[in-house]
Design a protein around this ligand. Structure first.
Ligand SMILES: NC(=O)c1ccc[n+]([C@@H]2O[C@H](COP(=O)([O-])OP(=O)(O)OC[C@H]3O[C@@H](n4cnc5c(N)ncnc54)[C@H](OP(=O)(O)O)[C@@H]3O)[C@@H](O)[C@H]2O)c1
Length: 242
């Protein structure tokens, strides 16, 4: 049986921007599948949304553990028969004190496993369910730090923020966005990258943008109309350079 309601899966959603994306999509009427790698934290987060009147479910997803992907795919197929929105929000940076000349290989590999390889694997597995939706939307939570154009400017607005593993994992994610959007161009599915802004979360405690504002770009791209863009990179209403 296919769910009448729109269904969204958000990764890395026990806190921060991902949690708020769940809340905003839930308030728009979506059934939200809130995923987290820590089951206790994920269940508490989903319960909080249920307490706010949102149809929220919890599933465990560790982006570095592909063994957990198939049970989630099966749960969504059995429970809803389709997936309308996938927000690939989970992400992390663990190489702030390094640049490209010194960053250890194990940090690059770990970053790519979570921010890139796991994300592609999960997306490919869920794609048959997303193609069953009349308005499938895939949102890849990237970062302005993934923009090669901005890094290359002589007076780059990104300054000296050069953790190579994190930045390049987001550049690679942007490449996935462009290629996946092309592969799906004859379908209703839209695939876009987003930059949430410099948002005050555990990952960026000195930032000033609120989490509510930070969730807006992903929510906007998750709810694009049929004539909306695909294969782009966005922050609020603006297009960002690759
Ligand atoms: N905040 C910003 O200024 C900013 C700017 C540009 C881009 N972003 C991007 O926005 C996204 C959300 O970041 P945030 O600021 O909300 O950070 P956050 O508060 O640290 O939240 C990150 C979320 O990702 C989860 N996560 C990390 N590694 C994971 C893994 N291996 N598997 C599953 N979940 C994992 C975290 O789970 P745990 O709680 O278990 O660690 C947490 O739920 C990230 O992709 C980040 O790169 C943020």
């Amino acid at each position: 049986m296919t769910s009448q309601k729109s269904v969204a899966l958000v990764t890395g959603a026990n806190k921060g921007i991902g949690f708020e994306i769940c809340r905003q999509l839930g308030k728009l009427g979506f059934t939200v599948i809130l995923s987290a790698r820590n089951s206790e934290l994920g269940k508490v987060a989903a319960d909080q949304l249920v307490g706010e009147g949102i149809d929220a479910r919890f599933v465990k997803l560790d982006m570095e553990d592909a063994a957990g992907f198939e049970p989630v795919r099966k749960y969504i197929e059995d429970e809803f028969g389709k997936l309308d929105v996938l927000v690939n929000n989970a992400g992390f940076a663990i190489d702030w004190e390094y640049k490209a000349d010194t960053v250890p290989m194990d940090l690059i590999r770990k970053t790519y496993e979570g921010n890139f390889f796991g994300l592609i694997d999960l997306t490919q597995r869920l794609l048959p369910l997303i193609l069953r939706s009349e308005q499938g939307r895939i949102v890849n939570q990237s970062s302005g730090l993934g923009s090669l154009t901005l890094h290359s400017l002589p007076d780059s607005p990104l300054g000296d923020v050069k953790p190579f593993a994190y930045n390049s994992s987001k550049t690679a994610l942007n490449a996935f966005t462009v290629h996946l959007a092309d592969a799906l161009r004859h379908t209703p599915v839209k695939v876009n990258s987003t930059h949430p802004g410099e948002v005050k979360t555990d990952a960026n405690p000195n930032a000033t943008m609120t989490i509510e504002e930070g969730a807006k770009t992903a929510v906007r791209m998750a709810t694009l109309p049929a004539d909306g863009p695909t294969g782009g990179f966005f922050h609020l209403g603006n297009t960002l350079p690759w």
